[in-house]
Design a protein around this ligand. Structure first.
Ligand SMILES: *[C@@H]1O[C@H](CO)[C@@H](O)[C@H](O)[C@H]1NC(C)=O
Ligand SMILES: *[C@@H]1O[C@H](CO)[C@@H](O)[C@H](O)[C@H]1NC(C)=O
Ligand SMILES: *[C@@H]1O[C@H](CO)[C@@H](O)[C@H](O)[C@H]1NC(C)=O
Length: 813
């Protein structure tokens, strides 16, 4: 048996090397006609992490060479000179978005320039997963489609590494799949063969979690799968396989809490590290993770004597002793890193003590696990009341740049992701800390990934003296938020974001991380709007996960450009704190009328039109004339009380603040019969609006939607559409389109300066990011557009040479 896929080969160069070419041009004299094709500069909006770091992998010999993988944002390489992580796969096209997650990273101990990435986000995706093969540390890749699926955003993504290079044969790679057992390639990941004699294919969707070669014994490989007794080894390079004798095959009843059965019948392997002295350290849990783990153990296996020793950190071997009130859940174990200079010195991290006051811990041992120091407790400042965490003042980069959003400083009012320390003034030590690395070139430098970022210290030795090491953030350059909404008003901060899990930010400076929005807080911020003629009034809607007695925690407005926020007096009928209801918020030009296109699922709320309020949510009115529940609402930015909706081909307009609507069928307006999209309204002309209708093209109206015309070339596909500041000498706004401007063209970002007659491509093949999830033009900076991705954060692009005089984020305030 076997499967070959060698026919497909694609040579792709990442943005890394080519980005420099894109900033060489300088804005030429502005054209009066047509659309000028400028060089563009691309930059990330600095949030610094914002998503799950699933792996940190260092080369064993090449100094400073390390990579980090993420679940939905692919892989980054550390640049020591730049002190920054560099994205390696921004070239991924929208059609290959499934490649935007890294299932595993493999390095070749003998060829430091070689990099192997196993790319695929979801096992259920119909697009194939792939191996990205590089000979230049990820500056360019050959891509080979894989004959099995991958699931970088699936359960068990915290474990690994599934992919490994045979240290005795650089052409040979092995890969533990989620669904098809163990596979082997003898041509550097071009083609793969099923290792059908492997005894336990464990094709349960999580499958084989790690493949560990013994670099001292040719042919010896350790493989672990997400099943009880899931540890196997071979000494003859896979000719025969054996169960590792003595592995834990049942839970110790003393570990278990009454009334809480473990999720597995025996400990499941999570990660394994083979130390140079032949000790295999293995972490175990009762569930693959990264969430829902209740129990776990940590063991070492002497591969020479075949003896197992339970070295689980606990009350009898750890200082300080485990925090007392912490009883449930005790959690499992996952991340392990062994000091490159001493095989008995290592760290291991618990997984999923959340929620609880103690949270997860990093344990540090110098004696092979006989005794431990609890790094998390020792990092806790005095006066924390027993809660563990870093002081908030430490949420900063090594160069002291603050990363304020990481403080999660809202106490019990945080209803979202990652449950922050319940003590105001403490950022918690971490959660989902499954990736950890003792820096091979400095044993006091340890870094660990969390669900949100990478923390690091250069003072691990301080815990030996029972002192707190100083921690800093080492995630600069990693941008992996899932972007849900973007807003660029005509005044104040240039950019407001709504993102998944960490709410979003008012980006007064695009180059440094910002605080999250003030209270009340959301986990997801789904939509934003501003008042066209009163742009200090802004609004956001999202999911808070918290029910408030005195207002609507899902809908908030601000009268000072998003610094302080107030809840609507009440939620509209049928809306609670849930994420799926948030929908679209539209705020009229004056800042007094709001229309909320929510998405209630229960009758009767799902059978009315979008409710409106004229009194900041004290009362909500269900409209007349628009009786369907729709998210496709927008406000006119010039004329007060004027709202638009497009649903089922019907165009609706309200001129009384959303209380009543007049409707016009497609046959009258000229729109397609199935037209449905959120209208995009001019920021300076009343009654001018656009409608992006996918394959049905881009539509335009200048008379309050009475008549519509299709604009742009034939075959234009309008997936996302936004407006930006006019080109010099033009009165119409610049149009930005994510889509196609010809049927056979590429899906890309385009700009038109002349109202849609001519278009130029804005992004090149090295800046595709797996496709956008949203685009937003800037009404104050010609040529600037913000691009939001699902897993690659926010990127903004400027006309090269134009960005220098526009200080990012602060220009025009
Ligand atoms: C690969 O082999 C395993 C047995 O080890 C089997 O369960 C699986 O179906 C095979 N998959 C393919 C695609 O050949
Ligand atoms: C969210 O609202 C629902 C009802 O809409 C309620 O049952 C639930 O308890 C609320 N969640 C929180 C955390 O308050
Ligand atoms: C409204 O929700 C009910 C279920 O609560 C469903 O039966 C009905 O079809 C929904 N109506 C619409 C218009 O979606």
């Amino acid at each position: 048996m076997g499967s070959s896929n060698g026919s497909f080969k694609l040579r792709i160069f990442s943005a890394l090397l080519l980005a420099a070419n894109c900033v060489t041009g300088v804005a030429a004299a502005p054209p009066q006609h047509g659309t000028h094709d400028y060089s563009q500069k691309f930059s990330s909006v600095a949030i610094t992490g914002g998503g799950y770091i699933t792996g940190i992998v260092a080369h064993p010999t090449e100094k400073h060479l390390m990579y980090t993988r993420t679940d939905i944002g692919s892989t980054y390489r550390w640049s020591e000179p730049k002190q920054q992580w560099l994205p390696l796969t921004d070239f991924i096209a929208a059609e290959n978005v499934n490649w935007m997650g890294t299932e595993s990273i493999a390095l070749d101990p003998h060829h430091p320039n070689r990099l192997y990435l196993a790319q695929g986000r979801y096992v259920t995706d119909t697009d194939p997963a792939a191996f990205f093969v590089s000979d230049d540390q990820g500056a360019s890749f050959d891509i080979y489609k894989a004959p099995f699926p991958m699931g970088a955003n699936g359960l068990g993504r915290n474990n690994g590494e599934r992919l490994a290079v045979n240290p005795f044969n650089s052409d040979e790679l092995w890969f533990g799949t989620r669904t098809e057992g163990l596979w082997k390639s003898t041509d550097r990941a071009k083609t793969w063969k099923n290792v059908t004699n492997y005894p336990d294919a464990a094709g349960d969707g999580i499958g084989i979690l790690f493949v560990v070669f013994d670099p001292k014994n040719s042919g010896t490989i350790y493989v672990g799968a997400n099943v009880p007794n899931g540890l196997y080894y071979t000494k003859d390079n896979g000719a025969t396989w054996h169960s590792i004798p003595g592995q834990p095959s049942a839970w110790d009843p003393a570990l278990l809490h009454a009334g809480h059965e473990p999720a597995s019948t025996a400990p499941l392997p999570m990660r394994a590290v083979l130390a140079p002295n032949g000790i295999l350290y293995v972490s175990f849990a009762d569930f693959p993770g990264p969430y829902a783990i209740n129990y776990g153990i940590f063991m070492k296996y002497n591969t020479k004597t075949q003896v197992w020793t339970d070295i689980t950190p606990g009350a009898s071997n750890t200082y300080p002793a485990p925090f007392k009130p912490q009883s449930w859940p005790p959690g499992g174990f996952c991340g392990i890193s062994v000091d490159s200079k001493d095989p008995d010195t290592f760290v291991v991290i618990s997984l999923d003590r959340d929620p609880g006051p103690a949270l997860d811990s990093m344990y540090y041992s110098h004696d092979g696990g006989k005794t431990y120091k609890d790094v998390s407790q020792l990092s806790t400042p005095e006066g924390s009341g027993g809660y563990w965490g870093h002081p908030i003042s430490q949420a900063k980069l090594k160069d002291s740049t603050p990363v304020p959003w990481l403080s999660f400083n809202w106490n019990s009012q945080w209803g979202g992701y990652g449950a922050p320390s319940p003590v105001v003034g403490l950022a918690k030590f971490g959660w989902w800390m499954s990736s950890v690395l003792i820096y091979p070139w400095d044993s006091n430098h340890v870094m660990y990934g969390t669900g949100a970022t990478i923390w690091a210290t250069d003072e691990l030795n301080k815990v030996d003296k029972n002192k707190a090491p100083e921690w800093y953030i080492q995630a600069q350059g990693i941008e992996e938020t899932a972007v849900l909404s973007l807003m660029s008003p005509t005044k104040g901060a240039h950019l407001f974001s709504g993102v998944g899990d960490i709410m979003g930010m008012r980006h007064v400076d695009l180059t440094v991380p910002q605080p999250m929005y003030e209270k009340p807080v959301f986990s997801n911020c789904d939509n934003l709007d501003y008042a066209g003629q009163n742009p200090d009034v802004v609004v956001r809607v999202g999911s808070s996960g918290i029910s408030y007695p005195d207002g609507c925690g899902s809908g908030l407005y601000s009268k000072d450009n998003g610094i302080k926020w107030s809840m609507f007096g009440s939620c509209p009928p049928g809306v609670g704190n849930q994420t799926h209801l948030a929908g679209t918020i539209a705020l009229d030009a004056s800042g007094k009328s709001f229309v909320w296109g929510t998405l209630p699922t229960e009758a009767p709320y799902n059978e009315t039109g979008p409710p409106s309020t004229q009194d900041f949510g004290k009362t909500w009115v269900v409209p007349k004339g628009l009786t369907v529940s729709t998210m496709n609402v927008a406000a006119d930015n010039v004329q007060a009380k004027t709202f638009y909706a497009v649903h089922g081909g019907v165009f609706y307009i309200s001129r009384d603040g959303g209380v009543s609507y007049k409707s016009s069928p497609a046959s009258k307006t000229g729109l397609p019969a199935d037209a449905a999209a959120v209208p995009v309204t001019s920021f300076d002309k009343a009654g001018e609006l656009w409608l992006p209708l996918g394959k049905s093209g881009l539509w335009h109206s200048t008379n309050f939607g009475t008549k519509w015309t299709r604009i742009g070339p034939k075959g234009l596909v309008a997936i996302y559409f936004t407006l930006g500041k006019s080109a010099p000498g033009r009165s119409n706004p610049a149009l930005f389109l994510w889509g196609k401007v010809s049927p056979s063209g590429s899906e890309a970002l385009y700009r038109s300066d002349d109202a849609g007659a001519t278009w130029v491509r804005v992004n090149d093949d090295t800046h595709q990011y797996g496709g956008a999830s949203i685009i937003q033009g800037d009404p104050r900076i010609y040529g600037r557009v913000y691009i939001g991705m699902f897993g690659r954060g926010i990127v903004y692009t400027d006309i090269a040479g134009n960005s220098g005089k526009n200080v990012p984020g602060t220009f025009g305030i």
